[in-house]
Every structure is written in structure tokens, then in C-alpha cells.
Design a protein around this ligand. Sequence first.
Ligand code: SF4
Length: 719
Amino acid sequence: MKETRSTCPYCGVGCGVVIESDGDRITGVRGDPRHPANFGRLCTKGSTLHLTATAPVTRHARLLQPMRREHRGGRPQPVTWDQALGFASDTFARIIGEHGPDAVGFYVSGQLLTEDYYVFNKLAKGLVGTNNIDSNSRLCMSSAVAAYQLALGADAPPACYDDVDQADCIFIAGSNTAWAHPVLFRRIEDARTANPRLKIVCCDPRRTETAAAADLHLALLPGTDVMLFNGMLHVMLWEGWVRQDFIAAHTTGFDELKAQVRDCTPDVVAQVCGISKEDLLTAARLFATSAATLSLYCQGLNQSTSGTAKNAALINLHLASGQIGKPGAGPFSLTGQPNAMGGREVGGMASLLSAHRNLANAEHRAEVAALWGLPGVPDRPGKTAVEMFQAAADGEIKALWIACTNPAQSMPGQATVRRALERAELVVVQEAFATTATCDRADLLLPATTWGEKTGTVTNSERRISRVRPAVPAPGQARHDWAVAVDFARRLEARLRPGRPTLFPYDADAGCAGAESIWNEHRASTRGRDLDITGMSYALIESAPQQWPMPAAASAGTARLYQDGRFATGDGRARFVAVAWQPVAEPREARYPFSLTTGRLRDQWHGMSRSGTVGRLFGHVPEPAVEMHPQDLARRGLREGDLVHVTSRRGSIVLPVQASDEVAPSQAFLAMHWGPEFLGGQSGAGQPLAGVNALTTAAFCPQSKQPELKHAAVKILKA
Ligand code: SF4
């Protein structure tokens, strides 16, 4: 039996795994006791990973050779790699020649490895000359990014998992950690056992498993987080709990923020948020006066039209109470995907450049151009996720390259996404699984390797970079994502810059060595930046995963940021961001009287292309249902199990109803995973739509461009 140390491909906890194989076939998996993210633990999803590689259904689900559809709606036919990439590069070159570089777009994924991301980013920005590259991480972390940059000067979570063990208050906002980041939640439970002083506060409209375990559950109304956080600051000021010495020495902008929260009195907060004044006071006291307060937050803050404001308002509390830059304290965003962090590190989004450089900064653009040996990189802002599909639906983007993600299920505004995929002249889908809704709409399907086969690196929520390593060979004709991008890029550059040295000097057939050469180029690009990783080699992180920054001279990574009181801003001071509460994009009203929230199940992952292959993972929740409060069922004459139409302004789906006192009256909950194979639906135009996101809105935060997947107004009627 062969053992291979690697990393779990699901959530941002980034647990280390040991893959057992017979050389050709994965036979088992267990937690890696040496990995500092999990010390051997795995959750249900992680511990069944080997089954996702060997389940009979997986063999039918895998895409194993390049396929091309001559006509939309037709059956895809096998083609060679040469034919597939020749066709793709001919079509991209023609479209770029006729319409310019912004007529193409790349939509990638927080499940790609850092090396994959690096090549795609260089392909778009360096070779094609467009910033039209964005990621499903836009749906996940971009509000956290925008707020870190605004308040602290860099996209860098300041805290680490060790802080869980050292906190006296853990403030969880918009995160069902128990289900979405289970191994981290086990660590919280251990910390509570070890430290009886530890208090847990949970802010969530639903009484989730996390909320039920908390000492204080603030069941605020959906979308009212900014008012809650501003109200907590109001109370801290009134009670004299703010740290004036810290504010004076390390921050700017507090007077403006004080003026902003003056009217956020407990009476106002109680009314807007739907919580009691006593609970508000308790939350503010625990946050400000505990010896160390760590906040953990996720999509409940991020997936919102006020996403950046929610994140910034929470960071304000840390700065005002001095709960940052010390053990057990700090604002700590939990990453939804395994490598949303790594994607941002290489600049693989429409608004970023390599190594956390800023697209809007001319010096940064010049630095990236020099690194790549180019005269310049484009300064035109690229299209972010929602904007990219809108532009394709409008005919502005004519070719879409989609890698390792399933927008025909996971994006909000599904009618627009469907129009985009229909109207684009060319849709390329690079995927491991042939069963996603987006595959059904591709002109070209390119088989990719996946977990257990891939090689590269990922960065977890605490900035820790780990190796992902192959235990078995690639099946069929599947290739690594970076290798596909390199092969395509070389063919395209032969047309766009003939006779010039290649921008992609990596050996696409060299496996680990090829990936390592990309990693080393990325490493060099971080020199002197906030995330400097020039001290990390593949050999080092293979034996001991490290947290960035780790410059060449360092002997180890950096567990915690800003311990010296200097932040990543120009003047070294953190910035208070004065933000006002804004209601959700679509408040409930008489015709749509329910607030629908969406979220994860414990044992499923995203669109289920991987987790849905394992029968055991349906044991927790076997089928889709919309959860409603028992009072609402009774008022509408519904009984558990009845089929209901759930209808928003964008579409309608039919599914059973389930009574749940986890949701408050006038609210409803639906898991995000259920796609078209589970949930049929119709838009107003009669187009078939894909699952839950037939209902959600594409309205997005003006700063982060992250859509409000967490709230839609719906009506629920018996079918
Ligand atoms: Fe994988 Fe996340 Fe579970 Fe760890 S907690 S085993 S990273 S899904």
C-alpha cells in the first residue's frame, strides 16, 4: 500500500489527509496527524473522500476525454486534445482579432490549485490583454477581501486557528461553523472544555447547530448585521469599553465613525434587528471586555449587498476594543472554498494583480508587466462574476472559458446565466465531472484531473499553504488544469505574438516538476509584498505547511499579523470605516412575504458533483426540502411533506416543506446544493432553471461585487 500526504479539497479549514492507494486506485483516506490545520481529524466529507474516487457512479460521472458539440443541444463527440485546443485557440484568436481582448472571459474557481490559477491569470492578463478573469470566489470571499483592504490595508486574515485555543470570547457571525467548517468547530468545542471562561456568541437569523451551542444567540433579522455591529459600538462607547489608547496610537477615522453610530441606540437596534436590548448589551460587553475576542465569520456577512459594510463594521469593533494583533483576538474570515485564498494571492480575479497588487495602481501594473517581460498589462477593470455573465448575455463577451466550476447551477440570476451560455459563440468547460449543468451547455469539454490526481498548492483560511499531491495517475485523457491552460496558451500566443519567446515556459507534461516551476515563478513575484513567500519551497511545505508571510530570511511562517500595532496601510494605521445600515436588496412584502436564506448542509459540497456520488453522504439530509417555522405551516394549512411552490420574482421551484424551529416565523431556509437534477423549475419566460438559484438575486455589493445569495423575498404556496 502506498501513502501520499495531501490536502482535503472541500472547505477552507484545509485539513491534511493521508491518501492510501495501491498505486493505481485510491483505497482509503485518513486525517494527517502532522498537519497543523486538523492534527488528524476529518469531518464526514473528508473521511469519505476515497469513496468519491471509487464509487461506481464516479466512473460514469468523470469526463475522460475531450469532447466537442457540433451544435448546441447535440451529443458531444470525442475529439483529440490537439483538435480540441486547436479549435479553441483558433476561435479565441478570431474573436480577439475581430472584437478585441475584452470579448473573451475566463471564469475559474476557488477549487483550482494556486498553480492552475497562476497560469489562467497570466493567460488572461498577460497574453490576451484582458482583465476579464473572475472566480467563483467572488461568490464566497470578496466582501471579506474588500473590507480587509479598506480597514487594515491588505487582504490578509490577521488571526490563526491557534487563536481559537487562546480566546476568551468567540464571536461567530453569519457562519454555521458546526456544519460548514466542522473540524474547526471541534477545536472550538475543545477550547471550551479547556477554558471554562470562554464564551461563544453567535449572530445568525437561524438557530443553527452553531447557534444552539452558543452561550448567547442573537437571532437578528436577515441583513441587519451592520446595525447590530454599529449598535454594539454605540454601547461600548456609552459604557466606556473602547480602548482610547489603542485607537489613538494605531488607527484613523474614529471621530467619523462615532458620529455614524450616535443614532444606533439600543432601542433602534432592538427594533431593526429584532433582538432584545439586554442581548445587545451582553454581546457588546463580552466582545469588548473579554481578555481576547476572536470573531469568525463567513457567508452570512459576505453574500450580501452590504457585504463589505458588514465586514468593515465588525472589524471596527475589533479596532475600537483593541481586540486585534494579540493571541486569541482578531477578525478572522473563514474561507468557504479550499483555495479562495490562493487564487487571490496570484491575482486571479478581475480586480486584482499578482501577489496582492492592485489593478488600479500604475506602479503595480508596471511591476507585474516587468515580472512577465511585457510592455504592460491592461488597466481596464475586468468583469466580475455577475457582470461577466451579464456581458455574455448581452453579446459583449463572445467566448467563455469555464474551469472547475458550475455556474449553470451556482450563480444567482440563473436566467441571465442561461442566456449567456446560449448566446456566447464558444463555451469551453474544463472539468473533472461530466455531470454538471454547465457541461450540458458547453461546445467544448476538456477533461481535468481532480483530488487524488492533482499536484500543486492551496492556502487555507489561516494563510497556511499546503501541498496537494497525486496518489494515482490521471484517468483516461484527463490533464492537470494548469497543463491544459499552458497548452492552450502556447497555441494562442503562436497566433497573438508569433515569433516571440513564450510567456509560459513550463513543461505541461512534467507533472510535479511543471507545477513546481509555476510555483517558483509565483513565489518570486511575492518578494517584498505583504504575502512574501520567497522562503517557502515545495520541499519545505511538503514536510511542514507554513503560513504567509515567510520571506527568504525567515525560518518559519507567520502565525499572527499586526502584533507590532502596525497595519498594512501607507501610514501604518488601521482605518475605521464609517458605514450605515442598508436594508436587503429585496425586502419581503405582501406579495413575497418570506425571507429565504440559503446555506450549506453538513455532508454535501457545492453542486454535489463530488459529494453526490457517495450514498452515505445523503444519510444526514436525504432530499431537498424548504424549512419553515411550524406557525407558518399552520397558518397556511400546510403539513410537513406537502409539496409547495417557492417563488421569487425570478423563478419558481417545487419541493416538499419541512417544519423547523431553527428558522424564525416569516423566514425560510433552503440548502444551496440542490440543482436541476433534484429541483425542476420555471422562469417567467418558461425556460427551465437550475435548482435553488432559480430563486436567488444577482444584486451585489457595490464595493465587492459579491451577490446577495443569502436573501431573497419569496412566496410559498401549496402545489
Ligand atoms: Fe475537509 Fe473542511 Fe472537513 Fe477538513 S473540515 S475534512 S477541510 S471538509
